[in-house]
Design a protein around this ligand. Sequence first.
Ligand SMILES: NC(=O)c1ccc[n+]([C@@H]2O[C@H](COP(=O)([O-])OP(=O)(O)OC[C@H]3O[C@@H](n4cnc5c(N)ncnc54)[C@H](OP(=O)(O)O)[C@@H]3O)[C@@H](O)[C@H]2O)c1
Length: 248
Amino acid sequence: MTSRRTAVVTGASSGIGAATARALAAQGFHVYCAARREDRVTGLAAEIGGTPVVCDVTSEESVAALAATVGDRLDVLVNNAGGAFGGSPVAAADSDEWRRMYEVNVIGLMQVTRALLPALLASGAGAILNVGSTAGRIAYEGGAGYTAAKHGTQVVTETLRLELWDQPVRVMEIAPGMVRTDEFALVRFEGDQEKADAVYAGVAEPLTAEDVADAISWMVTRPPHVNIDELVLRPRAQAAQHKVHRVL
Ligand SMILES: NC(=O)c1ccc[n+]([C@@H]2O[C@H](COP(=O)([O-])OP(=O)(O)OC[C@H]3O[C@@H](n4cnc5c(N)ncnc54)[C@H](OP(=O)(O)O)[C@@H]3O)[C@@H](O)[C@H]2O)c1
């Protein structure tokens, strides 16, 4: 138990989640750092004075253990765990990859939200921030499994905001465009560094994990009556999904 404001960040073992955990700790939050890789969350929690939680958001049992660790009261939930797997066109889609994307980006987000909602309401001014994507706003070739899942993130966010309209909790979504994190593209292309690097080729300044964390931190620290429904942010070089300024 802690008397400080508390936050749960899922997917805190790398990229945007780790940067968000650091940013919220710098704002005075006690942060529960949740992800599957124990060494990563343990190291981060030690660095920022938080609590590590080994958690697979796709497992109800694991999410129940997260909720038990957090206890009766929680101020902020950042549902960041997610990702893209593969990039085949629909005609050659891998059913298992599609299931995994829906599991982590939609069902995982729902399970963590459902489990932590009582504690968020008990705070009297809770905030739920879902990490969506510009992939939840458009379509692109080879991306249907991920875009479908991230459209799901967006729609679940909107639905939840309607359902909780008379409750003391804000429901928000951030939708980043191109963010250069160490692992996102590498995970998508199963460790193929060349394919991962090609995503960012020639782009002088993609967003960084810290840019997104800074925006998340701003959103959740607005006064309790101010709901930033959705915030879309992209690097200046990315005017739209298909219009990226590259100098090759
Ligand atoms: N990078 C981009 O261009 C970009 C753009 C828009 C939106 N996003 C979204 O931003 C979020 C973070 O992405 P990122 O770029 O920071 O990528 P990342 O470094 O690959 O981070 C993904 C995080 O999710 C965690 N995770 C994956 N499956 C999980 C599970 N079943 N249970 C718990 N945690 C799980 C991973 O940790 P473990 O493997 O340790 O569990 C990792 O910490 C994702 O939702 C992604 O869709 C990324």
